[in-house]
Design a protein around this ligand. Sequence first.
Ligand SMILES: Cc1ncc(C[n+]2csc(CCOP(=O)(O)OP(=O)(O)O)c2C)c(N)n1
Length: 331
Amino acid sequence: MAQQLDQANDIDGATLIEIFRRSMRVYKTDERFRQMLMSGKLRLVYYPVRGQEVLSASMMSALNIDDYLVTTYRGVHDQVAKGIPLKDLWAEFTGKVTGTCKGKGGPMHITDPATGVMVTTGIVGAGLPIANGLALASQESGDGRVTVVCFGDGATNIGAFHEALNLASLWKLPVIFLCQNNRYGEHTAFAASTSAKQIIDRAPGYSMEAVKVDGNNPIEMYNAAKAAVDRARAGEGPTLIEAMTYRMLGHTFGADFSYVPKELQDEAKANDPIPAFRTLLLDRGVSEEEIAAIEAAIDAELDAAVEHALSSEYPGLEELRIDVLKEEIRA
Ligand SMILES: Cc1ncc(C[n+]2csc(CCOP(=O)(O)OP(=O)(O)O)c2C)c(N)n1
């Protein structure tokens, strides 16, 4: 199987399968959250990521597990693709003591140092200077880690974006700025909020390498990601990647989506990256059975994660002051 894939692609077959596996893990996680919210089995604020699965899966497949990821509160695709065990993620989303932050972070503040997922904030643009901090620590300690920070197109109009790009370029930090350009910042269209025609146009002002790719194409996205990771690891400094994508549902679960022109919605549906990825694998000789086996394994993993989350306890009152301030951790 891998050999057939190798012939037809400039990335090896095993990597392509791995990207598919991660894409499906994201897809099915997102789908299960929405199903459970719809049926009233779960109550939480949820930010759908339908449409952006392949982008994250391709980027994270180019990283090592101990490389750092800084993403946003609307970043469950990035977190799952990076490799947080689903049971730990589900427990945190549902506020349970078995979660990555003992249920005290919740959906908007997923942090899991074991898989390199660091400091998720709800403040648009805040992740970029945080990523620089992690990258600077890696540069100083020589631990060889690369940091990826994910953000939307809207975040590039925040001052922190510009400060972070300037400093990262000046200090040649091992950091990758991954702009997931899904064409909307919440309810605002890209062209209505951004003076630049495209995000990468901002990079030359900071003497920074930049590349624009179809984020929904696993081969294009992975190649751009890998090149940026290799540059960062070789001490050649940061890269700005503008990955074009599309969020197929509202900003929050259940939100009105009528502000997006129907033509754009139809175009996005026709270019849905998940069925396109399946077709790509089938074209390259992967069988339906092999794809079904990957999906069945993820379904089983997801069933176990949901069961674990639902049957776990909420943190007790005694947890309230622990892990909040340094002194209290020591006590
Ligand atoms: C500093 C700050 N300003 C405003 C908001 C409110 N807000 C939440 S999401 C959002 C738009 C984000 O757009 P973008 O960066 O493109 O990310 P996307 O969710 O589209 O991927 C805004 C303005 C916020 N969370 N933080």
